[in-house]
Design a protein around this ligand. Sequence first.
Ligand code: 0O2
Length: 204
Amino acid sequence: FDGGPAIAEVIKFVKLYQLYSSAANELFTKLENLDSEFQVMHDYNPIHAIDSRMKTPQSLLDKLNRKKIKVTAANVQAKIYDVAGLRVITNYLNDIYTIRDLLVNESDIELIKEKDYLKNPKSSGYRSLHLVLAIPVFQSTGLKKVPVEIQIRTIGMDMWASLEHKLRYKNSDDSITKYAQKLEDYANQLLAIEQGMQVIQQNL
Ligand code: 0O2
């Protein structure tokens, strides 16, 4: 049936989400394989947990509006890199770069973009390493390279980010602003604890 241009655009979005979801699955499997190899082959595993999510349509719309980008599937494909997102939670600070190097050195993965919020934390106190990787996906029409965003951070950084995200999401800008300094202080305290734990681990 002829649904017109609007339906045609919706179909493009559905196809895009299918492709990005396949890319997230590919990367998730790579990480799961690394995780199980570390468990069997090494006496230490840097990976604490792995999580995967597809950006919700609402969050995608908000981002397009924030960046003043017209809502089309073509624009999403060209300009939005976090439709498919993975998060790796590591045990220690150094593990973040171990995981980064393992992924970036994989021959079929290409690094598109890197933002190091460990070296340059956000003013909120947020710390995390963000990578955008091009992941090859096999489709009936051939191989496609699809961007997937991966956030790599420690248990402490993840604890802070999930709670702070919920606090900010559930409360108005004004009411959360008065706690901004406290939240940044807590992020710094968690970092100090994780640096201390890392020293103990290295000395054992
Ligand atoms: P979601 O999908 O609900 O997690 P870019 O993607 O690079 O074009 P953007 O969006 O400004 O531009 O990228 P940025 O700030 O590097 O990364 C955005 C994501 O990082 C956010 O996703 C959060 O997951 C996380 N993040 C960034 N800053 C903070 C912060 O201060 N606190 C917390 N808790 N998380 C942060 P979204 O946008 O929430 O979408």
